[in-house]
Design a binder for this molecule. Structure first.
Ligand code: CP
Ligand code: NVA
Length: 310
């Protein structure tokens, strides 16, 4: 693994290795065992969009591993004033050991990787959110004991989160059902990748506009905001279009009785999910948020110190 940009670049075995390491790091962190394997290493964190979880978990994770993280707001670095991605990549590669970037255009992340000489981590683009998807696999395994054979239903917008979950679930042999309004589906390439992953794993990909069909018998119900960062102007229109995709108790009752509810957060109560479901006994949203720290530590260890033994 050279970069962590698109979860579909990883094999099933690489994902399992990251999940096993993340579990181990989580357990050891809780018992006070520290691994300063990134001592002397620096991670630049470029943010062109807001963040709570990604920013904090990467910075804390880097600190816990003995390294140092630099928060680089797009508004403060020259990238935001028009310096090219290619030049930024070459300059930053002279100072840093790795870059985490959260931005709009996915191509910028690919360009950073092409022009730089250090590992690049995708902290969310308009197209994908692989760090969250990896974390979600960790959280599902923690609660369900397995991934293979489970069914995940994602409801709402076919956005960055949906694209990465589609790839991640299918790579790990989970059935994945995505229910979105007709014009708000997932990226065609991601659907094709998921279908091919599912053939290899013997699992299913269901793409539908019917929320009830998607949820039927599911072990994991997932939703995300209907208005992603950068879409604020479309808010009123989107709320109308997505109403039938709200995760509420009635919809949850169609899933398996032991189903868990997931959301990458931030959540908007009363829109994509009701307060009752979000705060209810099936919700694992804060485990998901916590696991960002452990899953990303695993990614950083494998990218920035691949020979370290933990
Ligand atoms: N889930 C997630 O990426 O949260 P932030 O936007 O707060 O980083
Ligand atoms: N789809 C959301 C995810 C936020 C973590 C967004 O892009 O704003």
């Amino acid at each position: 693994m050279k970069h962590f940009i698109d979860i579909n670049d990883l094999t099933y075995e690489e994902i399992l290795d990251l999940l096993d390491l993340a579990d181990k790091l989580k357990k050891q962190n809780k018992t006070g065992i520290k691994h300063k394997v990134l001592s002397g290493k620096t991670l630049g964190m470029i943010f062109a969009k807001s963040s709570t979880r990604t920013r904090i978990s990467f910075e804390v994770g880097m600190y816990q591993l003995g390294g140092h993280a630099l928060f680089l707001s797009n508004q403060d670095i020259q990238l935001g004033r028009g310096e090219t991605v290619a030049d930024t990549a070459r300059v930053m590669s002279r100072y840093l050991d790795g870059i985490m970037i959260r931005t709009f255009d996915h191509q910028d992340v690919l360009d950073l990787a092409d022009h730089g000489s250090i590992p690049i981590i995708n902290g969310l683009t308009d197209l994908m959110h692989p760090c969250q998807a990896l974390t979600d696999l960790m959280t599902i395994r923690e609660h369900k004991g397995t991934l293979k054979g489970l069914k995940m239903a994602y409801l709402g917008d076919g956005n960055n989160m949906a694209n990465s979950l589609l790839q991640a679930a299918s790579l790990c042999g989970m059935d994945i059902a995505i229910a979105t309004p007709a014009d708000y589906g997932c990226e065609t390439t991601c659907i094709e990748q998921a279908r091919s992953n599912a053939v290899a794993q013997g699992s299913k990909v269901i793409i539908t506009t019917d929320a009830r069909e998607a949820v039927s018998g599911a072990d994991v119900i997932y939703t995300d905001t209907w208005v992603s960062m950068g879409q604020e102007d479309e808010k009123a229109k989107r709320i109308k279009i997505f109403t039938d995709y709200q995760v509420n108790s009635e919809l949850m009752s169609l899933a398996d009785s032991k189903a868990i509810f997931m959301h990458c957060l931030p959540a908007y109560r009363g829109l994509e999910v009701t307060e009752q479901v979000l705060e209810g006994p099936q919700s694992v949203i804060f485990d998901e948020a916590e696991n960002r720290l452990h899953a990303q530590k695993a990614v950083m260890v494998r990218l920035l110190s691949p020979d370290s033994q933990i």
